[in-house]
Design a protein around this ligand. Structure first.
Ligand code: FAD
Length: 830
């Protein structure tokens, strides 16, 4: 077993110690700056409401495990979870609709949930004002985590199992030798370690800085108050039936006014997110005092009554029984927010042995701890935690101004109803392609991802909608799916399928992998043969040791020792960088350099039956199927500009990705644009692109597949070269998996009514029972119907009917054979 030091004895650090000892690791020390009986971090005062359901499957499953685990921790008959259930109420029609969507997420992710009428809300929660509530969502397995108690019991049980706890011991530095951490510095001396895990909560930024790791979290104060005793709850504290848990009513959310509630015996606890964001710098809070108690701890700041006033007025409206009470006690408690609202888990690519698990709610604490313990002990977490990865952030997203602005925005929007495509208003235009000015001139509607502005459609194409043939005319959408959508994308898809369109592909991650060890590195990490000839293009997978998918990538072999990688995320970059570094350390003659060239290059996808004619106007290159076959590339000159022409397509049409370095970008756009005018060329956006990708059956990493899936069930087994002789990561596991029957498969569905568009994550019912969920969805313009990809039991056959739940209603759909568009690939290779 390795020597592990965990920094922080909050709910995350103690759970991690527990998850590690239960997996047989033994040499574990938990170092805590505060006293162990009450360390003084966010956990020490957390009211512990656990609402499990989230738009994210990952977050929901991390929460579900936390509930299971806390229910299992018990001492003297006292549990650490009070399963009173959760009730979210709607006081506006928009929220009522939102709860219907949430009911869908709960069903998709396997959490029992029920939409309840206003009457049932009162029956479950008699204190509610009958005139305000329109309905609710009830989740019986939600409840209250007794986080401080759980922490103490975990300390006790892990101490018994041999974990060493050092209270009143601040970590002041992290020791390293070269690129490996070797221990932590404390006032009592250095504690040696092979692995250091920072579970320092909102002090994470300071801990990261000790080893040069930027932790993009912002500590913010959040108001929590307790009332005086509520007459309607008289005697509650003495009620033995509630087993010292201090609460019987469900935990309650009133998100229309940024409020949540729980009981504390005869008192009410009120949490409020409606106030102004109050950023805190952890290092300014000073050292944790020797004496910590309920009222005196670094994470507890003075209550600012004036900020709470609207909450108190609203509370007295919603819960009239509280009109007879006053605020007895309140505080502004500190915890972490992040740019995308997710936790921060994992390791930086430049350092070995240093991990973090921060910005984690009590709700997800045991789930995150288990995931990290699984990663440390087996290399793989059974729950996909890509969206929690430290490495998911683009460089620009770790800069303190960005972190501050976006994290505050997340605080403000925490209970808002957000459309899945809703972009942030600010900061915007952080990263733009060289085509940006041209796109603006064409009236591009931009959405943002990873700081990049990406055209979704172009207003310049609006007149084309009228010219669409009847079978292509866009159908009306419901109000939700009509948001961030334009019928213009139908016209853009039509032009792509029938003439030619140019797509800005710049925001897709491009990495260069070069050096004498490049082939060896990719040969070891991918499922395909990388010894293919220079000029070849390969669609391949990065697996983990368990044979599930960590990413799908394109490799472009530009030279003997030079590849370009078309990848998905910054996490792919971190993985390749780490593996390259380790290979270089172990076999110096086979060093590899991995560089992110996304921003220094740009890329246009030119696709459609007339793409070849457009290019013929600006190059003499042989563009025939023989001269430049599908899945091959060539460095050449186009209109005097050095480019790489890559024969591939994400939309299933003839065409090329055309790459050049950033400084030539605008000229490249202009030249293609001019050459294309004769052939009806338009610029087209991501909305049309997504529709064509989905009807063609091309999967997207993140929504259609993750580390929870193997290539066979996803339907990307064609990216595995079964004849590959060399060993690669995941090969042995994959061979094992290939002999087992599939339990589930990703399948395309077409919507029977030809018009109801869903957006993704909706539950799918088979024979009346929830059997899977939608991953990607779009209107398939070429086939004239909405399309959805969904996970379903493998036994479901083509042509069978299923129902998709959308806003509480069932939409009939049919399981289809692939591909829905051009299964013979005749469009691609014409
Ligand atoms: P912490 O509990 O803060 O633990 C980190 C520990 O690291 C601290 O004890 C600290 O002393 C120690 N440490 C830091 N730096 C050092 C160092 N240099 N050396 C040694 N030790 C160090 N979450 C929910 O899920 N549901 C809720 O209802 C809920 N309500 C909340 C209400 C309020 C008012 C607040 C403030 C938070 C709430 N949260 C809630 C959030 C939740 O409390 C936190 O996200 C969670 O407790 C974080 O746990 P942790 O173990 O990561 O951090």
């Amino acid at each position: 077993s390795q020597r592990v030091v965990i920094i922080g004895a909050g709910i995350v650090g103690t759970n991690l110690a527990d998850e590690l000892v239960s997996r047989g690791w033994s040499d574990i020390t938990v170092v805590e700056q505060g006293p162990l009986h009450m360390p003084g971090g966010s956990t020490s005062h957390a009211p512990g409401l656990v609402f499990q359901t989230n738009t994210s499957k990952t977050m929901t499953h991390l929460a579900r495990y936390t509930v299971e685990k806390l229910l299992s921790i018990e001492q003297d008959g006292k549990k650490c979870f009070n399963q009173v259930g959760g009730l979210e109420i709607a006081t506006t029609p928009a929220r009522l609709e939102d709860l219907k969507r949430k009911h869908g997420y709960a069903t998709s992710w396997g959490i029992e949930a029920r939409l309840v009428s206003a009457e049932e809300c009162f029956a479950r929660y008699p204190h509610l004002n009958r005139e305000m509530v329109l309905g609710g969502l009830h989740i019986p397995s939600d409840g209250l985590a007794l986080a401080a108690r759980a922490t103490q019991l975990l300390i006790k049980r892990t101490t018994k199992a041999g974990v060493r706890y050092l209270g009143h011991t601040p970590v002041t530095g992290i020791e390293r030798a070269g690129r490996r951490v070797t221990g932590v510095t404390t006032p009592g001396g250095i504690i040696p370690a092979d692995i250091v895990v920072s579970c320092a909560g909102f002090w994470g930024v300071e801990l990261g800085a000790m080893v040069g790791v930027k932790i993009p979290l912002l500590p913010l104060a959040h108001q929590y108050a307790k009332t005086t005793a509520v007459p309607a709850l008289a005697g509650r504290s003495l009620n033995s039936a509630i087993n010292g848990m201090n609460a019987e009513l469900p935990i309650l959310r009133h998100q229309d006014q940024d409020l949540y509630y729980r009981e504390h015996g005869e008192q009410y606890g009120i949490g409020y997110y409606g106030h102004r964001p109050m950023p805190v710098v952890a290092s300014s809070l000073g050292l944790t005092p020797q004496h910590v108690d309920d009222k005196n701890m670094p994470s507890r700041l003075d209550f600012t009554t004036e900020d709470f006033d609207p909450a108190w007025q609203e509370t007295k409206k919603l819960l009239p029984v509280l009109r007879q009470t006053e605020i007895a006690d309140g505080f502004n408690g500190v915890f972490s927010f992040t740019p995308d609202g997710g936790p921060i888990v994992g390791q930086p690519s430049h350092l070995d042995g240093f991990y973090v698990a921060e910005a984690v709610w009590v709700t997800h604490s045991a789930g995150v701890a288990r995931a990290l313990a699984q990663i440390l002990t087996t290399g793989h977490s059974e729950i996909d935690i890509s969206e929690c990865e430290l490495s998911r952030f683009e460089e620009i997203q770790t800069n303190p101004d960005y972190v501050s602005e976006t994290s505050q925005q997340n605080f403000v929007e925490i209970y808002d109803i957000l459309h899945p495509l809703q972009p942030r208003i600010s900061p915007r235009a952080l990263r733009v392609s060289p085509f940006y000015a041209r796109q603006q001139a064409l009236g591009a509607f931009f959405l943002e991802t990873g700081g990049w502005e990406r055209p979704w459609w172009y207003e310049a194409n609006r007149d084309l909608v009228k010219a669409l043939p009847p079978s292509w005319q866009p159908v009306d959408r419901d109000a939700w799916s009509a948001q961030f959508h334009s019928p213009i994308s139908a016209a853009e898809a039509w032009k792509t399928r029938n003439a030619v369109a140019m797509f800005d592909m710049t925001a897709f991650h491009r990495f260069e992998v070069s050096g004498p060890g490049a082939v060896r590195l990719l040969q070891r990490l991918t499922t395909s043969d990388m010894t293919t000839k220079v000029g070849s293009v390969t669609y391949t997978l990065l697996l983990n040791d368990h044979g599930t998918i960590r990413s799908d990538i394109f490799t472009h072999r530009l030279g003997e020792d030079v590849f370009q990688i078309g990848a998905n995320t910054a996490t792919d970059l971190a993985y390749l960088e780490r593996e390259a570094r380790v290979q270089g350390q172990n076999t110096p003659g086979e060093w590899v350099q991995v560089r992110d060239i996304t921003g220094s290059t740009c890329c246009i996808g030119l696709w459609g039956p007339r793409a070849r004619e457009v290019l013929r106007g600006i190059t003499t290159e042989d563009l025939s199927n023989k001269g430049l076959p599908y899945f091959s590339l060539k460095n050449t000159i186009l209109a005097g500009i050095p480019v790489t022409l890559i024969r591939k397509s994400y939309v299933g049409e003839l065409g090329w990705e055309i790459q050049t370095s950033a400084e030539y970008g605008q000229r490249l756009w202009d030249r293609i644009w001019q050459a294309g005018q004769l052939h009806g060329l338009i610029a087209a956006g991501r909305s049309a692109f997504n529709s064509m990708r989905i009807e063609k059956g091309y999967r997207t990493y993140g929504s259609d597949m993750s580390t929870e899936h193997n290539p066979f069930e996803v339907g990307v087994a064609h990216a595995v070269d079964v004849s590959k002789v060399d060993d690669f990561v995941g090969k042995a596991a994959l061979q094992r998996i290939s002999t087992q029957p599939l339990a589930r498969r990703l399948r395309p569905l077409t919507v029977d009514d030809g018009r109801s568009v869903v957006l993704g994550k909706e539950p799918v019912f088979y024979n009346g029972r929830a059997a899977g969920y939608v991953t990607s969805a779009a209107f398939g313009y070429s086939i004239g119907k909405p399309v959805a990809y969904a996970w379903l039991p493998a036994s479901v056959r083509d042509g069978e009917g299923v129902d998709i739940e959308y806003f509480g209603k069932k939409i009939r759909a049919t399981v289809a054979a692939e591909s829905l568009y051009d299964p013979e690939m005749s469009s691609l290779v014409q």
